[in-house]
Design a protein. Structure first.
Length: 210
């Protein structure tokens, strides 16, 4: 797969003034693409840019995977230091200036606490030791450490930036590597369809559990 320049537009106004004039018209309904959009701000090496990953749900899975796997290469060739922000979009609304500002609000907002973190916070506020009543002994389990591919590392970075909320990995037994299988933005209702459940009843024979 080769990345090529499809379109470009010259700067005419501020980045906010030009955004809705150009960006929403660069995307196609069923075709993933990358959009590099220049901000007015600069750093020590030049202008700062937004890397927008357009990957609509209606696009073929193979196309989405190909684009996800080439993102690290694009950033390396363009220069990661130039990229101020990254955003992953799956709907046309997200590609608008309003959608980008919503993305900024989400990135800057503190992450919600999990149920366990909420419980620990309540214990700490009440002055109780959160470790009270637990077994201090810890067990360790041996494992096999496989290296993570660059695309998998990039997927994790994108998840932290808010580009995705779901990553799926696979193990390449031949190369002994952990690879990125899927990167997407999914709703909570879609999550069960992405999970594999293995049930093992307590009454099953030990030999059947392995």
């Amino acid at each position: 797969m080769q990345l090529s320049l499809e379109k470009y537009h010259p700067v005419k106004g501020t980045w906010e003034q030009d955004y809705d004039k150009y960006v929403p018209y660069l995307i196609e309904n069923d075709l993933p693409c990358y959009i590099l959009y220049r901000f007015d701000s600069t750093n020590s090496i030049g202008y700062e840019w937004l890397l927008l990953s357009w990957s609509p749900d209606s696009a073929p899975v193979r196309h989405k995977m190909l684009y996800a796997s080439t993102k690290a290469t694009l950033k390396q060739e363009f220069g990661s230091s130039h990229i101020k922000d990254e955003m992953h979009a799956t709907t046309k609304e997200e590609v608008s200036l309003k959608g980008y500002k919503s993305h900024l609000s989400g990135v800057n907002a503190p992450a919600p606490l999990t149920d366990r973190e909420e419980a620990l916070k309540e214990l700490q506020q009440s002055g109780q030791d959160p470790n009270y009543g637990t077994d201090a002994r810890q067990s360790t389990m041996g494992g096999i450490a496989f290296p993570i591919t660059e695309s998998a590392k990039q997927g994790i970075n994108d998840l932290q930036r808010g580009s995705y909320n779901y990553l799926q990995f696979r193990i390449d037994l031949e190369k002994e590597q952990i690879c990125l299988a899927k990167a997407a933005v999914i709703s909570l209702s879609e999550l069960p369809a992405q999970c594999l459940y293995i049930q093992c009843p307590d009454i099953a024979a030990v030999s059947k559990r392995e």
